[in-house]
Write a protein that binds this ligand. Structure first.
Ligand code: SF4
Length: 183
């Protein structure tokens, strides 16, 4: 299948943001990069770095990139190492639908496990072919089909549970085994 987005390397767009970074040093506008690696008590450097970040057009992308890369060093996206630490440690549980939708639209973003599951569910519900899901999540088609089987099972189990809840007043609920769980 032809994907219009695949005409160019997908990763390209995700590094272009570097060019827009307020901390990018140029001969005309030199930036002292050491301000981004302050000691915790060096308030002047922290303030100087945060001032740059505050007017940086790619602040959110920068923060996401640091979190995705597990880059815990220095100030990124306007946050110090200490401020960012809680985000790093709970990253795998993050579920940001803006990011889920961006991937569904074909953008190349490294998602958390929770976000990948959300993409799979949304793609499944939208009837997106496994081949396309494989491309979106950068996995093999076999793996994408397996994810779809999981989702199919999840939805079916949920429907059965719903049905059981609806009918439990009149009849004993059938066991999961009787209904079969193999996809
Ligand atoms: S948010 Fe701060 S560290 Fe990130 S690119 Fe912008 S200025 Fe640089």
């Amino acid at each position: 299948m032809h994907h219009p987005e695949s005409a160019e390397p997908r990763t390209l767009g995700d590094h272009v943001w570097h060019d827009h970074a307020a901390c990018r040093s140029t001969p005309a506008k030199p930036v002292d990069s050491t301000i981004f690696f302050p000691e915790p008590e060096e308030m002047d450097r922290i303030r100087a770095a945060k001032t740059l970040c505050a007017r940086c057009p790619v602040r959110r992308t920068c923060l996401d990139a640091a979190l995705e890369a597990g880059d815990r060093d220095g100030i990124r996206g306007g946050m110090t190492e200490e401020e960012r630490e809680p985000l790093h440690s709970k990253l795998h549980r993050r579920l940001d639908y803006a990011r889920v939708n961006a991937v569904l639209a074909g953008r190349d973003i490294h998602l958390t496990d929770a976000e990948r599951r959300a993409v799979t569910r949304a793609a499944y519900q939208a009837g997106v072919p496994a081949e396309r899901l494989a491309w979106l999540l950068k996995i093999t088609e076999e793996h994408a089909e397996k994810l779809y089987r999981h989702v199919r099972r999840e939805f079916r189990n949920r429907a059965v549970e719903q049905q059981n809840a609806d009918t439990s007043w009149s009849a004993p609920a059938p066991g999961r085994d009787e209904l079969g769980t193999a996809a």
